[in-house]
Design a protein around this ligand. Structure first.
Ligand SMILES: Nc1nc2c(c(=O)[nH]1)N[C@H]1C(S)=C(S)[C@@H](COP(=O)(O)OP(=O)(O)OC[C@H]3O[C@@H](n4cnc5c(=O)[nH]c(N)nc54)[C@H](O)[C@@H]3O)O[C@H]1N2
Ligand SMILES: Nc1nc2c(c(=O)[nH]1)N[C@H]1C(S)=C(S)[C@@H](COP(=O)(O)OP(=O)(O)OC[C@H]3O[C@@H](n4cnc5c(=O)[nH]c(N)nc54)[C@H](O)[C@@H]3O)O[C@H]1N2
Ligand SMILES: [Mo]
Length: 766
């Protein structure tokens, strides 16, 4: 790694030459030369592959090469020329591998062979595909109840792979589909349907061209969806008001230099993005949004008293919503003092934002993990929906709610049936199409899956991608539970922690990545994905596979299904693997919104899955959009420790979830290290701490169990009172499994009550 551990504030705008330079470094690190650049040029192009990075949309997938630093890193990570071969495994016990860091594990490169854990030698040894499939079949068929197995999905899987996966698990007999989105946008999937009848966003990329006002809550686009910066930069240049609400002053939310713009690059100029950044306290969003709405309601009453134009959109509210009286009553009953102290933002400052919002003809509310990953995540989402509805900002051009999805196909996986709480319509449609009776009982989400593992009820875990063991909360408890399983199976492209935190038997099944050519009996195959704006389009790999032994995800799932279900299966797995067009025909039969699927993906840019809320049709029980009251200000649990701080766990600029591209975080000025905690000077003074001191971070647990990470370096940062931040996943041991949103079960990884203890350790090792 070789980078000195330094803290050096970053004064440049986001993007720009720093981003181009970082991209070059990533290519060199992955040993990719010119061919890497050729690969990049096919990203998000007609006939090319969909970027395996984030779920942000592309301008119809028809624009010239759109440069994105972190998209480029995601591709370089997959297209690396490094290989993790059986020789590598032969030389190391799993015990020895466990001592390597997550960064070192993935730096070994692409997995090349199916591997099986051999307990006597504590090593992974090569295994044939047929044998691997048979082992899974044996285990699954030996279970007394199919609900003793869990089928996890990470959101990179294509629609075709995800559909086959749910079909396999449902024919086998379970709805146990813990999914990465359970830790991510589940508060959206649960909260928005109650408010507006759909669990997805209501905007298209075009809407950004028309919005006068864009508010960004708890989302870091410069790092996690850099292609969104193009929309923000254009909006800013047009004179739209952009404001952000985030405990960090994220650099890209302040200033951005577009690597696509020759003038900005040559003259080292940049575009200011947010006209104001509100540094809300960690967990203070319900208070903040209520403050904004309280201003709107007051301004509306004032306007109406003066017989001026109303501030609220009363035609919309009366015609399309229910609950306005209760909402207004709640806002009036909530005091400014409470709103200010809980949000950390002064009433007068909130008024400036409210004024900008009420002046705007069309506003978009964008949000990310800072909103969803709380015990009150669903309530956060619903208060944002209220804010949009009060001014009729849903179902109009240039306006809407925009949850920014994480993984590139996390939304699509959900659309094609990865859900532990299937509707009757879905199960009936599966039964009608395939002729087997799927289980009706609801299954596990991530939290309930982990609880069942902890209780010893689960025996088999299968992971379609992802790094479950590292992404989950409460490692001490949950990783130990994973080690108690009979069998763990991971369909993966690179070695990661989850392969080492294994059950008594374990398999690693290496698969093709999205950039690679997928040849099946019926010829070269494409897959399809759905982005954050509900656009569905095809993705076709062009690189030769990393190894001749790899199989595609659909082929692996079909292999598992055949070995498990044998002749009792009603599904023709071979035919579906030979031609993914047939999988799409099945998807279309089960989900009528995909009508004309195979034809429509041939259109450049793909097609849009209509969202009813966009048409102002409300698929709620009331038939209207619901203005939902949230009691109080979500003070989280009473924490009686006067030294308590609220910790939020965030991504650096150089990671993709549990994958670390480097140990640095350029925009936040941190180099060569990740064991740091960001804290304001005021909070440091209170604790007698100085910059570079080392502290242990200890959760204020409710169950008496000690949760701590040790030796983290204090980095002064202008941060709100009572709040602090550190990196995910290093701090996942601090997030208790019980600390989740009771409605959506999203772990509260953005709101952990902690205290700091001076540490003797000089490194961040636990
Ligand atoms: N390069 C890259 N791209 C990615 C990913 C990646 O790891 N790397 N991950 C992908 C995935 S799966 C996802 S879900 C998305 C995640 O993308 P984001 O939603 O941007 O995720 P985070 O970085 O976890 O946190 C978002 C922001 O929330 C702020 N925040 C923290 N706590 C609070 C709070 O209490 N209130 C408010 N208002 N803000 C808060 C943080 O300061 C941070 O700026 O990105 C996707 N894209
Ligand atoms: N404390 C805390 N915890 C969090 C979060 C947080 O903000 N804070 N964020 C949460 C969120 S938003 C999410 S989405 C989860 C992420 O949880 P996951 O989705 O489970 O994790 P990733 O790190 O994205 O998974 C990386 C692994 O995916 C595999 N992989 C990559 N590409 C492919 C592919 O094409 N096919 C297959 N089969 N495998 C592939 C590689 O082996 C790689 O090691 O973590 C959650 N956990
Ligand atoms: Mo995510």
């Amino acid at each position: 790694m070789g980078i000195a551990k330094t803290i050096r504030p970053y004064h440049e705008p986001a993007g720009g030459w720093g981003a181009l330079n970082a991209m070059g470094v990533a290519l060199v690190k992955q040993h990719i030369a010119i061919s890497g650049m050729a690969t990049l040029s096919r990203m998000n192009q007609p006939g090319g592959f969909d970027c395996p990075g984030c779920g942000w949309a592309d301008p119809k997938h028809t624009s010239p090469f759109e440069y994105c630093e972190n998209g480029g890193k995601a591709v370089a990570w997959e297209a690396t020329t490094k290989r993790c071969t059986p020789d590598f495994f032969a030389g190391r016990t799993v015990g020895a591998l466990s001592a390597l860091s997550d960064y070192e594990l993935e730096m070994e490169g692409r997995l090349t062979h199916p591997m099986r854990y051999d307990a006597p030698s504590d090593r992974y040894l090569p295994v044939s595909w047929e044998e691997a499939f048979a082992i899974v079949g044996l285990h699954l068929n030996a279970l007394a109840d199919p609900n003793m197995a869990d089928f996890y999905t990470s959101g990179r899987a294509s629609n075709e792979a995800a559909f086959l996966y749910q079909l396999f698990a449902r024919e086998y007999g379970t709805n146990n589909f813990p999914d990465c989105s359970n830790m991510c946008h589940e508060a959206t999937s649960v909260g928005l349907p109650q408010s507006i009848g759909v669990g997805k966003g209501t905007v298209l990329l075009e809407d950004f061209e028309q919005a006068d006002c864009i508010f960004i809550f708890g989302q870091n686009p410069g790092t996690n969806s850099p292609r969104m910066m193009t929309e923000l930069r254009n909006a800013s240049r047009r004179g739209a008001t952009i404001m952000s609400f985030n405990p960090f002053r994220e650099r890209a939310l302040e200033r951005f230099q577009s690597p696509q713009n020759p003038v900005e690059m040559a003259t080292l100029t940049s575009t200011p993005i947010s006209s104001r950044l509100y540094q809300v306290k960690v967990g203070g969003d319900v208070a903040l949004i209520k403050g904004l709405m309280k201003h709107l309601v007051a301004a509306d009453e004032d306007a109406r008293a003066r017989e001026a134009a109303p501030v609220l959109d009363w035609d919309f509210i009366r015609g399309h919503t229910v609950g306005i009286e209760a909402l207004v009553a709640d806002l009036k009953a909530t005091s400014w003092a409470d709103i200010e102290s809980r949000s950390g933002i002064a009433r007068a400052d909130m008024e400036i934002a409210a004024q900008a919002y009420m002046k705007a003809e069309r506003a978009i509310l964008v949000y990310g993990m800072g909103i969803t990953q709380h015990r009150h995540g669903t309530q956060n989402v619903q208060q944002l929906a209220n804010l949009a509805l009060l001014r009729g900002n849903v179902g109009r051009e240039g306006a809407g709610i925009c949850p920014v999805r994480g993984h590139s196909n996390v939304q699509g996986d959900r659309t094609v049936g990865i859900t532990e709480i299937p509707s009757k319509a879905l199960l009936d449609a599966i039964e009608a199409r395939f002729g087997f009776t799927p289980p009706r009982a609801f299954g596990h989400n991530v939290v309930t899956a982990l609880e069942a593992m902890v209780r010893g009820e689960t025996k088999v875990f299968i992971g379609l991608g992802g790094n479950f063991a590292a992404a989950i909360p409460d490692w001490q408890l949950t990783q130990q539970a994973m080690r108690g399983l009979d069998l763990t199976v991971h369909i993966a492209t690179k070695l990661n922690r989850s392969h080492l935190v294994h059950g008594r038997e374990a398999l690693i099944l290496p698969c093709l990545g999205r950039t690679e050519i997928d040849v099946q009996a019926g010829g070269v195959q494409s897959v399809t994905v759905e982005d954050s704006m509900s656009m569905v389009h095809a993705s076709t790999g062009h690189n030769p596979p990393a190894s001749e032994h790899l199989k595609s995800e659909p082929a692996i799932i079909a292999g598992l299904a055949r070995a498990t279900l044998g002749s009792r299966s009603r599904v023709n797995w071979e035919a579906l693997t030979a031609d993914y067009g047939l999988i799409r025909e099945d998807i279309e039969a089960v989900f009528p919104i995909f009508q004309g699927y195979n034809a429509r993906i041939r259109q450049p840019g793909g097609f849009h899955l209509t969202s009813l809320a966009r048409e102002r049709i409300w698929a709620t029980a009331s038939g209207k959009a619901n203005l939902i009251v949230c009691e109080g200000l979500c003070e989280d649990r009473k924490v009686d420790d006067p030294d308590a701080l609220w910790l939020t766990t965030v991504r650096s600029h150089d990671q993709y979830n549990t994958t670390l591209y480097s140990l640095s975080d350029r925009y936040r000025g941190v180099y060569g290290q990740r064991d740091v905690i960001f804290l304001s000077e005021a909070e440091m003074d209170k604790r007698g701490l100085r910059a570079d001191d080392r502290v242990d971070i200890v959760t204020l647990s409710e169950d008496g169990i000690e949760r701590a990470v040790r030796g983290f370096r204090v980095v002064p940062h202008a941060f709100p009172a009572g709040s602090c931040a550190a990196y995910y996943p290093e701090t996942n041991p601090l997030v208790p499994l019980y600390a989740h949103d009771p409605q959506s079960f999203t772990p509260a990884s953005k709101g952990v009550p902690v205290r700091l203890v001076k540490s003797d350790l000089q490194s961040g090792a636990q």
